[in-house]
Design a protein around this ligand. Structure first.
Ligand code: MG
Length: 254
């Protein structure tokens, strides 16, 4: 090919790549859309707390939960479940935990509003460090029934780190379960990672995270990194402005 053609071709190619790059917003850079987890229809069963579990919500009150400033949890409790009260903020377990088995049931709002990340968004966070920039490890809660978003941000994802193996979501208004086995990270004296965190998740009884290695605390923009933290910290449920409901929450220390 003639040199006179090559040079404009070079600039044209660079121009296309550049224009595609700049179209992405900062938070889109870490989104993964493909492949999309395939849809699996789950069975029907709920987990009762075993004898050695600590019950974090028994259907009656939120006494075991507080807001970040220490105020009693202001989310609405009725009929054996509670619902995010948008604008009141996240809630944290009073008790702190490291490695654990957690059972939580959630329901996406019956009234379908918004799409993508704005439909039924909440989150179950492990080891939320409110003392150090709200760093924690999030399993995403989202209405992912007929609601496409980036795969590593849909229900059951380790948010922006691992897509779920499949999409086992039920319809809005139906109760769903997460059974989670969380292995806490270990840090050395210098604050380095001696062993990372690992997580296994069953969504409605279907395995969706199989001992996934957590790459660091959750970030909306940028990539995860670890920050050394105490060996035990609260569980957090996220107020993402959507009225997601929860019930039957229990935990076993491992
Ligand atoms: Mg969330």
């Amino acid at each position: 090919m003639k040199k006179s053609i090559l040079l404009p071709l070079y600039f044209l190619t660079i121009g296309i790549i550049y224009s595609q790059d700049v179209k992405m917003t900062a938070w889109e850079v870490s989104e993964i859309w493909d492949p999309e987890p395939k849809i699996v229809t789950p069975g029907n069963s709920f987990g009762d707390a075993p004898s050695d579990a600590i019950v974090l919500f028994d259907g009656l009150n939120l006494d075991k939960w507080v807001h970040k400033n220490g105020d009693p949890a202001k989310w609405d409790v009725k009929d054996g479940y509670f619902t995010v009260k948008p604008g009141t903020g996240d809630i944290l377990s009073r008790e702190v935990f490291g490695s654990c088995q957690l059972h939580v049931e959630f329901m996406s709002p019956v009234k379908i509003e918004g799409d993508g990340q704005n439909r039924g968004n909440s989150g179950v966070y492990f080891m939320e460090n409110t003392e150090d920039g709200d760093t924690g490890y999030e399993i995403q809660v989202l209405d992912s029934y007929d609601n496409r978003t980036y795969s590593n941000g849909q229900a059951g994802s380790v948010y922006k780190q691992h897509s779920p193996l499949v999409n086992a979501s039920k319809k809005p208004g139906e109760w769903q379960t997460y059974d989670i086995i969380f292995k806490a990270p270990v840090f050395n004296e210098k604050g380095g990672v001696e062993s990372p965190a690992y997580i296994t998740v069953f969504h409605n009884g279907v395995l969706i995270q199989n001992n996934s290695q957590i790459q660091g605390y959750v970030k909306f923009i940028g990539y995860p990194e670890y920050k050394a933290h105490p060996p035990k910290l609260p569980i957090k449920l996220q107020d993402h402005s959507n009225p997601v409901s929860f019930r039957n929450i229990w935990i076993r220390k491992l």
